[in-house]
Design a binder for this molecule. Structure first.
Ligand SMILES: NC(=O)c1ccc[n+]([C@@H]2O[C@H](COP(=O)([O-])OP(=O)(O)OC[C@H]3O[C@@H](n4cnc5c(N)ncnc54)[C@H](OP(=O)(O)O)[C@@H]3O)[C@@H](O)[C@H]2O)c1
Length: 299
């Protein structure tokens, strides 16, 4: 989300403003190389991120690699269902690809018919331009509608990308996790490190940079104080496994077979650390301890 060289107004896009931007082109390349070396082969982007700059950068870095690309449409809020074929072509061009591995609808909107949209996506699958169809920020009812519409064309709904972490457990209470389980849909967990909070590197005395992390209450001093017990438990469990807190936070999500976290890395070191979540497991008791320490973030 933070990758790519945004120009003009795109420099002020929320994806750029949220955490203060990535660490530069070399760091992005190192992040990709570190990920691939550690067998992380799925990269998520969106047409909207920095006005297409994120897709362009991913396309550039991924050229000639076998890695899987997940992207999202639309590129702007004025999108209508009939714009889908043109949106798809624009993403394919930016990504330098003939097809997109996972094509996701970024946000539902009342004025957009889910079944008409899924019809266009099914056409794109049949035309070989999209391999799998996903949605993002869909409620459980919206997911069911998308799943049924695609099902009429014999195409599965692959995923619903929603915010999910130890500090944002609403998918467990709003029906989305349950619907994913029931329908065989992967829950792709975005912001799985709570925007860096679950790394344990931020505290009331060391607050994060980036416009959103300066203004949103969840990154404020009070919240940074409230999460201390969760960070302490993550650190304690991490020590047992020779890991760091962020890896335990990611692993807590991965212990659920329905869930796939997509942490955002700004450089090679962060990417290497995040990939370290692939090489250990938590015990059921450790999962239960983390469940109980983060109960306040369940609703
Ligand atoms: N579908 C949607 O609506 C939606 C919304 C948001 C995000 N997403 C997707 O989800 C991805 C990840 O979410 P996210 O970037 O919001 O949140 P995140 O993964 O929870 O946090 C990412 C931030 O945490 C810090 N960080 C990451 N790994 C670290 C490590 N190992 N050690 C120390 N710090 C680390 C970095 O910022 P600092 O170094 O500055 O702390 C990084 O920018 C995005 O790239 C995007 O593809 C989707």
């Amino acid at each position: 989300m933070t990758w790519g060289e945004a120009r003009g107004l795109a420099r002020f896009h929320p994806a750029k403003m949220a955490y203060g931007g990535a660490d530069g082109a070399v760091a992005e390349q190192e992040a990709m190389e570190a990920s691939l070396e550690a067998d992380v082969n799925l990269f998520d982007t969106a047409a909207m991120y920095a006005g297409g700059a994120s897709e362009r950068r991913l396309g550039e870095l991924a050229e000639g690699s076998e890695l899987l690309i997940a992207t999202k449409f639309p590129g702007s809020f004025g999108f209508r269902v009939d714009d889908l074929p043109a949106e798809l072509e624009a993403s394919l061009t930016r990504l330098r690809r003939r097809s997109i591995d996972l094509y996701q609808h970024h946000f539902p909107a009342k004025r957009l018919s889910i079944s008409a949209l899924m019809g266009h996506l099914a056409d794109a699958v049949e035309a070989g331009k999209v391999t799998a169809v996903g949605v993002s920020n869909y409620s459980s009812d919206q997911m069911r509608e998308a799943h049924a519409a695609l099902g009429r064309r014999g195409i599965p709904l692959a995923s619903n990308q929603v915010e999910y972490s130890l500090l944002h457990r609403q998918p467990e209470t709003n029906g989305v996790l349950e619907a994913c389980r029931e329908l065989g849909v992967t829950l792709i967990a975005y912001t799985p490190l709570a925007g860096g909070l679950l790394t344990g590197k931020y505290s009331p005395d060391s607050r994060p940079r980036g416009f959103f992390r300066r203004i949103l209450p969840r990154y404020g001093r009070r919240e940074l104080q409230a999460i201390v017990p969760v960070i302490e438990l993550l650190a304690e469990i991490a020590q047992r496994h020779g890991k760091v807190p962020s890896q335990v936070a990611l692993r807590w999500l991965m212990e659920n077979p329905v869930v796939l976290p997509i942490p955002g890395a700004k450089n090679g070191e962060q990417a290497r650390h995040n990939a370290g979540a692939l090489t250990f497991s938590l015990t059921p008791q450790e999962v239960a301890e983390l469940d109980s320490a983060s109960l306040a973030w369940r609703t």
